[in-house]
Write a protein that binds this ligand. Structure first.
Ligand SMILES: [Zn+2]
Length: 243
């Protein structure tokens, strides 16, 4: 499967044709044959908006997991608010993408649970919507194996979503298993598919191209932010970065 919007659209169509109902973490029990689409937003919100629009146009809803403690984007900024509220307005859900490495010390399971509850509350307040599911970003082995129970929050890393579901992921821009063949085979009645919008484009791009373009775009965006904060930035000899 290539990393293009068309290929993603085709995968959604194949899921529909194969009889999978699109469910979320709260209502998957309503459908005997279902798929949960999960998106972890590791680097930028804009790419997720595109995938969210594509899904909504296909009449499909999914869950976008958002980092609170990241240097890549800001949930509270004007741009961050606009992107996430747009995703919500399309009918998708927002979950918390939790990065335990953003904490100064290794968290105990109790601290992990407490901080997930705290971050869900913060995200919920910032977006004025319920945030009741969590996925882990760069989880430790202990966290992965813990089957952590968090009151009133669905842990997408819990055993249910790995044991009762067939889990498929495009992590590091690589499907470890042939996702389309698995869908087509109809072998599994429950699928849990993780994709990262960051990897998808109109035309297939290599890992190098994707990351390189992102870094250059970030420079450009930073320049424009400085431009808004420093009067006549060109006068101090700085020109817009070429991308
Ligand atoms: Zn992640």
């Amino acid at each position: 499967m290539t990393f293009t919007y068309q290929a993603y659209r085709d995968m959604l169509l194949l899921l529909q044709e194969s009889g999978y109902s699109f469910q979320n973490y709260d209502n998957y029990q309503d459908a005997p044959r279902c798929v949960i689409l999960r998106h972890d937003i590791d680097y930028n919100l804009e790419a997720s908006v595109k995938l969210a629009e594509l899904e909504a146009n296909a009449g499909i809803h999914s869950t976008y997991f958002v980092l609170l403690r990241t240097d890549f984007y800001n949930v509270a900024s004007k741009a961050g608010q606009s992107a996430l509220r747009h995703i919500l307005s399309l009918g998708h859900k927002i979950g918390l993408h939790f990065d335990e490495t953003a904490y100064r010390t290794q968290l105990t399971l109790e601290e992990l649970s407490q901080n997930i509850i705290k971050e869900c509350g913060l995200l919920s307040a910032l977006l004025e919507t319920a945030v009741s599911s969590v996925s882990m970003h760069r989880p430790s082995k202990t966290t992965l194996e813990s089957d952590l129970y968090i009151p009133e929050i669905v842990n997408s890393y819990g055993k249910t979503f790995f044991k009762d579901f067939k889990y498929l992921s495009d992590s590091r821009r690589h499907w470890r298993e042939p996702v389309l063949d698995i869908i087509r085979s109809g072998e599994y009645s429950r699928l849990h598919i993780l994709t990262h919008a960051f990897w998808y484009h109109d035309k297939d791009q290599s890992l190098f191209e994707t990351v390189n373009t992102f870094i250059h775009s970030a420079n450009q965006a930073l320049y424009h932010q400085m431009e808004e904060n420093i009067t006549n930035i060109a006068e101090i000899g700085l020109q817009s970065f070429d991308i």
